[in-house]
Design a protein around this ligand. Structure first.
Ligand SMILES: *[C@@H]1O[C@H](CO)[C@@H](O)[C@H](O)[C@H]1NC(C)=O
Length: 372
């Protein structure tokens, strides 16, 4: 056999690494297969949560709380269709499990990090996170021409502004408050990474809290701006082959902009990538098993760098990460919700190639109106 023939044969035999191996979404069977893959991954991740409950930090609890809300939404969608009874009751079982686990996890947080829990209590409570009512798209023309070279603010500064917004500080002030410092920080252009995702988190929290006055009049504009840039970042993460430390921010962006209603974050090939990162044994997400020592050193170095940004990140000895797992489940829950809510309409989920930059509408039936 010629070497070219051999190469072709090898290519044919090799597992499709970059092409999508997920079934098409235009048949009920295809949809059911994908829903089953996501649900199985979420069930394994919930077992991980159960096993490590006392060690899960607050960010971890937030991710699973968001998942609970998404699954609840999925169940409501599916409950209308008699044919979807079996998967619907499977989701119901998982929701019940999560409700119990979350209740217990808050008890552990009270003991391990009472101050932080007091400040962020609303974000782990039932009823805080709400699913998007309208689906919109990012607008590529809002991507910043240049970026700040580094993270533009610290986690502490971001926390301070969120606590003001939530109205949970000990000075007893009302929610939706905004200092000049926080206004400047949270609207600062050119941010990327976790500074950018926290700017979006800030406006998203304002929406959840029902803040509409002053700057929050412009919440839709800022959410469009930040998610356009988070989309750009995610596309760059994909272009570099989802190198490990960037997977965390990649999934955080899908989680946050997804809850913001930006359906173009739910791409089938991104779903496939995330599913492939789950550790089959533990059910968690985290550091990939290093193939050699050199890679392991690089990863540890990057971990160290990452930890400076996310002080509350919790990395377990087996490579599982509380934050990574939380972002993954909330991203996956969003995929399932998008799948359940607009199965035939959501073109985004079907796309195998990046969308043209001019794409603006999810489909004809969903009004592309930002906000609610
Ligand atoms: C996208 O953003 C640009 C610049 O802000 C704006 O002019 C344009 O109208 C937006 N497109 C859509 C479809 O919203």
């Amino acid at each position: 056999m010629s070497s070219l023939g051999l190469l072709l044969l090898l290519l044919l035999l090799a597992p499709p690494l970059w092409s999508s191996s997920l079934p098409p979404l235009d048949t009920p069977e295809g949809k059911a297969t994908i829903a089953d893959l996501i649900l199985s991954a979420l069930e394994r991740a919930t077992s991980f949560l159960k096993k490590r409950l006392p060690e899960i930090n607050l960010d971890g609890v937030v991710g699973f709380r968001v998942l609970e809300v998404q699954l609840d939404g999925v169940q409501k969608e599916w409950a209308r269709d008699p044919q979807l009874q079996p998967p619907s009751s499977r989701v119901g079982t998982l929701v019940q499990k999560l409700v119990l686990l979350l209740h217990r996890s808050i008890f552990y947080l009270k003991m391990s990090d009472p101050q932080y829990l007091t400040e962020f209590q609303p974000t782990v409570q039932p009823g805080f996170w709400k699913l998007p009512r309208v689906w919109i798209h990012t607008n590529a023309s809002m991507v910043y021409p240049t970026l700040e070279p580094q993270e533009t603010f610290s986690e502490e500064q971001s926390d301070l502004c969120l606590v003001q917004l939530l109205g949970t500080s000990t000075d007893g002030s009302q929610p939706c408050r905004l200092s000049d410092f926080c206004r400047t920080l949270m609207t600062k252009p050119g941010c990327s990474g976790y500074s950018l995702s926290h700017q979006l988190l800030f406006f998203l929290s304002a929406r959840m809290k029902g803040c509409t006055n002053g700057l929050f009049h412009q919440s839709p504009h800022y959410m469009n701006l930040f998610c356009a840039n988070m989309m750009d970042l995610n596309q760059r993460v994909e272009a570099i082959g989802y190198a490990y430390p960037s997977r965390d921010i990649f999934m955080e962006n899908i989680m946050l902009c997804g809850i913001g209603g930006f359906s173009d974050f739910y791409k089938l090939r991104w779903l496939e990538a995330i599913l492939s990162w789950q550790k089959p044994q533990e059910g968690c997400f985290g550091m990939p098993d290093a193939e050699d020592e050199e890679l392991s050193k690089v990863i540890q170095h990057q971990q160290h760098y990452l930890r400076r940004v996310k002080r509350r990140e919790k990395q377990f000895a087996d490579g599982c990460s509380s934050h990574n797992t939380a972002m993954a489940v909330a991203a996956l829950g969003g995929f399932l919700y998008a799948l359940a809510q607009y199965p035939p309409a959501n073109r985004e989920l079907q796309q195998a190639t990046p969308p043209p930059p001019t794409a603006t509408h999810v489909d004809g039936s969903i009004p592309a109106t930002p906000g609610r």
